[in-house]
Design a protein around this ligand. Structure first.
Ligand code: PLP
Length: 455
């Protein structure tokens, strides 16, 4: 029998459907696990495919847990790459997605608009730090940064001012698209493309005791008068190894940028939506940015979305009769209606007292745990900002791909905890729905690891 079958017509157009040999696929699927089928067809992100051929087949998400096809329940202690904030498969978010899907799933966003996009923009502008007045949607953290960089460079171009230089902080991570890579630290992440990345000036990371040097480097660069923008991950550089610095330093960076008339882009892709305690890391300082990049927790970790929020001043530089001055940027899925509805549902949950209390309780639990292990001979440093705690182990090799990383990863996976260390740095960045008991279970496993590691 042919696998092609004539089906009825719609609007007089014949539709040809491909009928797969269903029995064959069903049988193959029953015989093989998701994990086995994956190996034949999949190329995973940030994965050395030859060395790490196996991916765990996840079939369900439930609060702080991911459940695999053998029924193992793993605590998602890093919120699935820092995105999940209310837990997996949250019923309220699922309900709102369903309702939106049945109303308007998507429409293009040039020349058209819709309720969820506008409401989400209005609500974001109410809670964002500073004087943000416009929201530009994109698809992820990298594109949110990409858009901010393009806006910053074109802002000066549109004003007829020759400022083209961008300043960033050493070891920063702002994403994987080319602009975002250019403003990220040069590392194994960017080596293959180093010659193609545009020049960016990097200032030293302001680690404790080194703040003055970092500030002086920024001022020295700003004095040259050609700086279009400064970009920073506020208070904590995530991928660099959860490296933390003070609100005071962040504030001084921003003051200097104001003094020398350079734009300020703040990348709150990881820190946004409560990770550092307050809703945004910039809530901890008095100076305010010109642009804020958001993603990850924006939809509660349910769907991909990026936002670049800007002040009226930035927007006005593009508001012109001359079409050359408009921003030439957009994505097919800009402001996807279902994604906007998801972000609105997540924001509703985030702003409830219950969520604030949960975050407080995580912060307190982390602090007590940090005290309990401080001074341990296996630990180089232990640091915390809000709901994020990082434990840096003493190690000879500290790079991202060091063997210690794989040992740590497997140790916790064997105890049903997902912790994906950054080299020799173990960190917990949990969904806010995590319970004290679940946190205690993770802390105990870390203590067990420390004992084994130091013996
Ligand atoms: C601070 C920061 N900016 C940007 C990104 C890139 O986001 P995405 O992976 O959604 O492109 C990340 C991702 O981890 C990040 O931590």
């Amino acid at each position: 029998m042919s696998i092609f079958q004539r089906s009825p017509t719609v609007n007089n157009l014949p539709i040809t459907t491909v009928k797969p040999p269903l029995l064959f696929y069903t049988f193959a699927a029953i015989m093989a696990t998701i994990s086995e089928r994956d190996r034949k067809v999949m190329w995973h992100p940030y994965t050395p495919m030859k060395l790490w051929p196996e991916a765990i087949g996840i079939v369900r998400g439930e609060g702080a847990y991911l459940i695999d096809e053998s029924g193992n329940r793993y605590i998602d202690a890093i919120s699935s790459w820092w995105v999940t904030i209310h837990g997996h498969s949250h019923p309220y978010i699922a309900q709102k997605v369903y309702e939106q899907m049945n109303t308007l799933e998507h429409c293009m966003f040039a020349g058209f608009t819709h309720e969820p996009a506008v409401t989400l923009a209005e609500k974001l502008l109410q809670i964002l730090p500073g004087d943000m007045s416009k929201i530009f949607y994109s698809d992820n953290g990298s594109t949110a940064v990409e858009v901010a960089l393009k806006m910053a460079l074109q802002y000066w171009g549109n004003k007829g001012v020759n400022k083209r230089r961008i300043i960033a902080i050493e070891n920063a991570y702002h994403g994987d698209t080319f602009g975002a890579m250019a403003v990220s630290g040069r590392s194994v992440f960017t080596n293959a493309f180093a010659d193609l990345l545009f020049d960016v000036a990097f200032i030293p990371f302001p680690e404790s005791g080194n703040e003055a040097q970092s500030l002086a480097a920024l001022e020295g660069m700003l004095q040259q008068g050609d700086v279009a923008a400064f970009i920073a991950e506020p208070l904590i550089q995530g991928s660099a190894g959860m490296c933390m610095y003070t609100p005071d330093t962040l504030n001084r960076y921003f003051e200097l940028c104001r003094q020398y008339d350079a734009l300020i882009i703040v990348d709150e892709v990881m820190t946004g939506f409560g990770r550092t305690g307050p809703l945004f890391a910039c809530d901890a300082i008095t100076e305010k940015p010109d642009m804020i990049c958001l993603s990850k927790g924006l939809t509660g970790g349910t769907m991909a979305m990026g936002v670049t929020a800007t002040t009226q001043n930035i927007f006005d530089a593009f508001y012109d009769d001359d079409r050359n001055k408009m921003l030439y940027h957009g994505h097919s899925f800009t402001a996807n209606a279902t994604t906007c509805a998801t972000a609105l549902a997540s924001m509703e949950l985030l702003l409830k007292d219950e969520c604030t209390e949960s975050r407080k309780s995580i912060v307190e639990a982390h602090t007590i745990f940090a005290h309990s292990i401080s001074g341990h001979p296996a630990i180089q440093d232990i640091r915390q900002t809000g709901t994020i705690i990082a434990i840096e182990l003493k190690a000879e090799k500290t790079e991202y791909h060091s063997n210690i990383r794989d040992t740590i990863y497997r140790f916790f996976l064997d105890r049903n905890i997902i912790l994906r260390p950054l080299g020799n740095i173990i960190y917990i960045l949990p969904p806010y729905c995590i319970t004290n008991d679940e946190l205690t279970y993770i802390y105990n496993a870390i203590q067990e690891f420390l004992e084994e590691y130091s013996s």
